[in-house]
Each structure stands twice: as C-alpha cells, then as structure tokens.
Design a protein around this ligand. Structure first.
Ligand SMILES: Nc1nc2c(ncn2[C@@H]2O[C@H](COP(=O)(O)OP(=O)(O)OP(=O)(O)O)[C@@H](O)[C@H]2O)c(=O)[nH]1
Ligand SMILES: [Mg+2]
Length: 306
C-alpha cells in the first residue's frame, strides 16, 4: 500500500519533555503545525491535534505536553491530556516518542500509558501502542542502528510487558512495533530511511481499528502497581534417627496497590516448579557425661563441737 492510500488515521504522541514529539508530528503531517522547542524550557503546553497536508491530509496527529520529572506538574498535565483523549473518537494508535540517544521508559510515560489504557478499556489495547525513536540522525550508520535496535528491544520490551501484566493482562506476545526517525534532517541531506519508517508507521496504524471506548464498560485497570511477594514454607515429610527429609514449598502472592492507595493481597499459591526436597542429618546426640559424684557431706548428725 502506498502512503497515498492511507486514510483517516488518528494517532496520539506521548513522551518526555524535548524528546521530539512536536517535530515528529510535523514530520508525519508534512506541515509545521506544532511548535517545536528552541531552548531548554518545555515547549508544548497543551494537547492539540491537526490534520496533515497533501497525501497526509487524512492523518490526524495529536501532540501532548512533555512529561517531566515533577509529579505535581505531571498530574495536572496528565489530567488535561486524558480529558482531551476522552473526547476523541477513533484514535487508532498511541505512539510513545523516545529519544534514540536515551533509552529509558520513564515512570511518567508508564503512568500515562496506564491512564490512557483506562480511558480505552479495550481488549487488545496494547496492540495499538508503538514506539518511535526520534533523533535517530540520518547520518547514523546502519550497523549502529541494528545494534541499537537490539539493545533497545531488550531494555524496553520487558518493561512494556510488565505494564500489560499490570493492566489488561492480555497475552504477553504483543510485538510493539518500533520506528527509527530523524524528524529534522540537515537541509538537503538524504532522509529516505526516516521517510520509509514513517510510511511503515502509517501503514501499521492504518490497519488498526479505532480503539473502541464502548467495548467494555468497566475500566480494566484497578491497580497502580502489582508486586509479587515470595515465601518458603518448610514441612517435615520423613524422619528417622539419622535424617530428616524436608519439603520446601516456594509460595507466591500478589500485593496489589489500587489507585486509591488500598492494598490487597491474593491467596498464597505454589510457584510453578516451586517445591523441592532437602534431607538434613540429625545432629548426633552428645553422649551423656556423668558428673563425678561428690562425697556426701553429712552436715547434721555426726558433727560434734568439742
Ligand atoms: N535533528 C533532529 N532534531 C530533533 C529531532 N526531534 C527533535 N529534535 C530537536 O529537539 C528539540 C525538541 O524537539 P520538540 O519536537 O520540540 O520536542 P517535544 O517533545 O515536542 O518537546 P516538548 O513539547 O517541550 O515536550 C528541538 O530543538 C528539535 O529541533 C530529530 O528527529 N532530529
Ligand atoms: Mg512539543
């Protein structure tokens, strides 16, 4: 399919401050509609969406303010973004924008993803999520990119899979597509690789059905975090004069912390392959050492005071 055939695609860009969301949005739309950052302060202050130009006119990109470390600022920003998203119909793709030269999926992005997942409590939510690595400068060699792709997958995918476990609990075999883009190449330089990546991104999102708000009424995410706790339970299964055979069961349970701060626990369950046996030798009893008998002292009768 050529990009010209791509129609009515709606995507939302989320990510950390200055990681290139607005530049990517402009690059996708072939139109400078989102303000890009020029100095250190965060640039994008509000969530806003635009259609593109020419063959991208049916593409609608929503840009969001960058998430920063301060929790207070983020809480306000997050709630605005979430309100905006709630109003949107037909969002197909959630694009996590990450800087190619960093490699972290910050806690803020994770929180944002969880909140968006709550807005769209749809089975298969995570199939609508992809990553665009920006600032993957067009002069970066193929070898470097290949190595980086491997490293980045190893770092980021387990984190996303953990999020799936904490939220929708969909199958964990979801492939999060990744695209590597230079949204602001030096003028006149060849940026064909990035253009191809954007086409791949658009093709992927085009084939997604909109995330349907109405499929499930109840939000799927109840928990802010789920931690696994472990304990060992030891039981004597056999014993004779010399040995004691023990069975050790490794048990696990989940500690679930809700968004309201409430903590609940699941039942302790045996961990898969979590039992093992151990034989311990009984300590040999020490032979009894008899105290030498002290001569009896009769201090009463035969004592005569002269
Ligand atoms: N060369 C190059 N520069 C980029 C790229 N993406 C972003 N930049 C530069 O990085 C800076 C930040 O880019 P923005 O697109 O404003 O980042 P943002 O994530 O929208 O920033 P906030 O809205 O402040 O969160 C700008 O100076 C951009 O020119 C890229 O792919 N290649
Ligand atoms: Mg911006």
């Amino acid at each position: 399919m050529s990009v010209g055939e791509i129609k009515d695609t709606k995507m939302i860009l989320i990510g950390g401050i200055g990681d290139g969301k607005s530049s990517l949005g402009n690059y996708i739309l072939k139109k400078r509609v989102f303000g890009e950052r020029t100095e250190e302060s965060p640039k994008t202050q509000e969530t806003v969406g635009f259609n593109g130009e020419a063959d991208r006119k049916n593409i609608f990109v929503i840009d969001t303010p960058g998430l920063q470390d301060s929790v207070e600022v983020n809480e306000n920003r997050l709630s605005y973004v979430i309100e905006y998203i709630k109003e949107q119909q037909g969002v197909q793709a959630i694009v996590i924008v990450l800087n190619f030269n960093k490699e972290v999926l910050s806690e803020n992005i994770k929180t944002m993803l969880k909140l968006i997942c709550n807005v769209f409590p749809t089975e298969g939510f995570w199939e609508h999520v992809c990553i665009v690595w920006t600032k993957c400068y067009n002069y970066t060699s193929e070898e470097v990119i290949e190595t980086q792709i491997k490293t980045k997958k190893e770092k980021v995918l387990p984190e996303l899979k953990k999020l799936i476990k904490e939220t929708t609990r969909d199958g964990e075999c979801i492939e999060f597509p990744m695209y590597f883009v230079d949204s602001l190449p030096d003028e006149g330089s060849d940026n064909a690789r990035s253009e191809k990546e954007i086409e791949r991104l658009l093709t992927w999102s085009y084939h997604l059905t909109p995330i349907n708000k109405k499929r499930n009424e109840k939000p799927l995410i109840k928990y802010k975090s789920i931690e696994t706790e472990e304990k060992e339970v030891t039981e004597v299964v056999e014993a004779n004069d010399r040995n004691i055979k023990l069975r050790i069961d490794c048990k696990i349970r989940e500690k679930r912390t809700g968004y309201d701060g409430e903590i609940t626990y699941t039942e302790w369950k045996l961990k898969p392959n979590g039992s093992y046996y151990k034989t311990e030798t009984r300590p040999t009893p020490k032979p009894e050492i008899k105290e030498p008998q002290k001569p009896e002292v009769n201090d009463s009768s035969d004592c005569h005071i002269l």
